[in-house]
Design a protein around this ligand. Sequence first.
Ligand SMILES: CC(C)(COP(=O)(O)OP(=O)(O)OC[C@H]1O[C@@H](n2cnc3c(N)ncnc32)[C@H](O)[C@@H]1OP(=O)(O)O)[C@@H](O)C(=O)NCCC(=O)NCCS
Length: 207
Amino acid sequence: MAPRLRRPYDHEASDCARLLHISAPHVYSYTLTQTQSKLYELLQLFFRTPGNMHSKENMIVEEEDGRITGMILACPARDMKRLASNTARCLAQLIRIAGLRDVVRMMLRLPFNRYLPVTEGDGLFVANLAVFEEYRGRGVAVRLLQGAQAIAVEKGLGRLTLVVEIDNSHARRVYEKFGFMEVKRIDFPSRYHKYGLFGYYKMVKDV
Ligand SMILES: CC(C)(COP(=O)(O)OP(=O)(O)OC[C@H]1O[C@@H](n2cnc3c(N)ncnc32)[C@H](O)[C@@H]1OP(=O)(O)O)[C@@H](O)C(=O)NCCC(=O)NCCS
């Protein structure tokens, strides 16, 4: 069957959590401070909880022969601040999964969030593009980006915005090929380098 884009179903939380982690492993390992299995559990919690950045309603997945091949997040940039602050709504479950001590560790790492992208402009923010390894190099990423672009057009948002880590030259080339242009570079302070966090480029594409 031909691949198709759609919103994910509830039972696909595990695949989507794995893809979220693939898209930004260092960011999640640093901010959520968990072992891989707990990290997946937390990402599944965000996926199931409506109204936050990682909720399933903000995701587009591609399905081929009943399997998810890749995923992208897309939400209006003007909603980002609200969606980010809503994550606190999951606090009780966060403590249940990670334990109080680790939630305190997460909170101590919150200052890092100030370096993460903030709401700017009125375009559609796309994030967390990831494709399972066995499906790479077959155009999945391009189709997911096209899906996000279609949402921007439908919502009357004239621009796509994203950030890509400075050391992810492969993804940057994919975005450039799709028509994105670099507009800004953010370097993280050197104390974050040991966590694999160096900084990112902000890229935009007018649609
Ligand atoms: C980056 C990623 C999403 C690309 O997914 P993909 O489905 O393999 O990409 P596509 O097959 O759609 O390729 C997109 C374009 O980039 C090109 N491309 C793919 N791999 C490339 C590579 N290693 N070097 C240069 N160009 C490459 C393709 O040729 C294609 O161009 P074309 O349409 O003209 O042929 C995938 O490699 C991935 O999941 N990486 C790990 C997570 C990640 O880094 N996400 C980005 C977070 S910002």
